[in-house]
Design a protein around this ligand. Structure first.
Ligand code: P6P
Length: 335
C-alpha cells in the first residue's frame, strides 16, 4: 500500500477516479472526520476529562444519556452546521431533525448519525464509535422535512463509522468498496491503512447477546443451536462467539476477519421489529458490509431495500459473512 495517503488526499484522488465524491460530499466527509477526531480526543480523556457517567437525561429512545453521548452529538452538530454542504441532520440523540440555521448556506445533503454507539461501554473502557449515513435531499421542494430522510438505505451516497478503540479508525464507503483510515495522532490525520476490504464468505464466529436466547424466534434459535453443537452437530465445525455490546466494534471485527452479527426481533418487545435503528445504525453498517462482499438482512429481506416510515424506526439485523447470512435468512423463510 502507498505510504501516508491521508484521508484528504484519498478523497481528492478518488474524486478524480470515479466521480463518486462531488466536492460538497468530500467537504462533508472531511468535516465529519474532523468531528470524529475531536470525539476521540474527549473519549480518550476518560476520567481525566469529566466526561464519564450519565448526563441525568433520556433520549428519544428512552435510553439514559451518557455525558459523552451529548458531547459527541454537539460536536457533530457544531462541526457540520456552518459548512454549506448540509440541508439538515438527524441523530439518535435528538427527537426531530435539525435544520441548518438560516444564517448559514443550505446544502444538498442530509446527514444522520448515532454520535456515540455502545454507550454502555464508555465507563468500562471498551471500544465505542460514531456511525453516520449520508443521503441527498430530494429535489423539487424548498426546505426540509422529516419525510425527506425517509429513503431506503440503497439511496445512501456515503456511509461510515469511526471506532474509538486501541486505535481510532475511520471506515468509509461511497459505493465503490470499503476503505479504512487509522488516526495518526502525531500528524493529526487519518491515514489510509486498508483499501478494498473483503469479508470472508464463510466464518466460524457468531455474535449475539445469548442472554436473550429464551426470547428468540425459532429460526435464530435453530441457527445458534447448530453453532453451539459444533463439530458433532449438522454444521460439522466448531464456532466461536463474541458479543461486545457495541455494534461498531462487532462490525469492525467482521469487516476485519469475518463473522456474523445478529440483533434479531425477540419476544421482549413483540411490537418492535428489533432494537437497532434502521436509519443511522443498520443502513450504514449494511452498506459497508455489502460493499465488502458480505450480506445484511432483517432475517427475511435485504436491509437496504427497507422503505422507512419513521425517523427512529427499529429493525432486526443479521449481517456479515455472506454464506452465514444466507443460511439464517433461509431458516427464516423456511419457518
Ligand atoms: P445489548 C448499543 O447500545 C447498541 O445499540 C449496539 O451498539 C449494540 O450492538 C447493542 O445495542 C447491544 O445491546 O442488549 O446487548 O446491550
Amino acid at each position: 500500500m502507498k505510504k501516508n495517503i491521508t484521508l484528504s488526499r484519498y478523497l481528492v484522488e478518488q474524486q478524480r477516479v470515479d466521480g463518486l465524491i462531488p466536492a460538497q460530499l468530500r467537504l462533508l466527509i472531511e468535516v465529519v472526520a474532523r468531528a470524529c477526531k475531536r470525539i476521540s480526543h474527549s473519549v480518550n480523556k476518560g476520567a481525566l476529562g469529566d466526561v464519564l457517567g450519565t448526563a441525568g437525561s433520556e433520549n428519544v429512545q428512552g435510553e439514559v444519556q451518557k455525558k459523552l453521548d451529548i458531547i459527541a452529538n454537539e460536536v457533530l452538530i457544531e462541526a457540520n452546521e456552518w459548512g454549506g454542504h448540509l440541508a439538515a441532520m438527524a441523530s439518535e440523540e435528538m427527537d426531530s431533525i435539525y435544520l441548518v440555521p438560516n444564517r448559514y448556506p443550505q446544502g444538498e445533503y442530509l446527514l444522520m448519525f448515532d454520535p456515540l454507539d455502545g454507550s454502555s461501554n464508555i465507563d468500562v473502557n471498551v471500544s465505542i464509535g460514531t456511525i453516520f449515513s449520508v443521503l441527498k435531499k430530494p429535489e423539487g421542494h424548498p426546505g426540509v422535512t422529516e419525510d425527506d430522510f425517509l429513503q431506503a438505505g440503497a439511496q445512501q451516497v456515503a456511509a461510515g463509522y469511526c471506532v474509538y478503540g486501541p486505535q481510532t479508525t475511520l471506515v468509509l464507503t461511497f459505493g465503490d468498496g470499503v476503505a479504512m483510515f487509522t488516526l495518526d495522532r502525531e500528524q493529526g490525520s487519518f491515514v489510509l491503512t486498508q483499501e478494498n476490504v473483503r469479508i470472508p464468505e464463510d466464518t466460524k464466529e457468531f455474535a449475539i447477546n445469548m442472554s436473550n436466547m429464551r426470547h428468540w424466534d425459532a429460526p435464530v434459535k435453530r441457527y445458534v443451536d447448530e453453532c453451539l453443537a459444533g463439530v458433532e452437530g449438522p454444521r460439522n465445525k466448531d464456532f466461536n462467539m463474541r458479543w461486545i455490546a457495541s455494534m461498531v466494534a462487532d462490525v469492525h471485527r467482521i469487516l476485519t476477519r469475518g463473522g456474523v452479527f445478529m440483533y434479531p426481533w425477540d419476544k421482549r418487545e413483540p411490537n418492535k421489529p428489533g432494537k437497532l435503528r434502521l436509519m443511522y445504525e443498520a443502513n450504514p453498517m449494511s452498506w459497508l458490509v455489502e460493499q465488502a462482499g458480505g450480506a445484511a438482512t432483517n432475517g427475511r429481506e435485504r436491509i437496504l431495500d427497507i422503505q422507512p416510515t419513521k425517523l427512529h424506526e427499529r429493525v432486526s439485523v443479521v449481517l456479515g459473512s455472506k454464506n452465514e447470512v444466507e443460511r439464517i435468512t433461509r431458516y427464516h423463510l423456511e419457518a
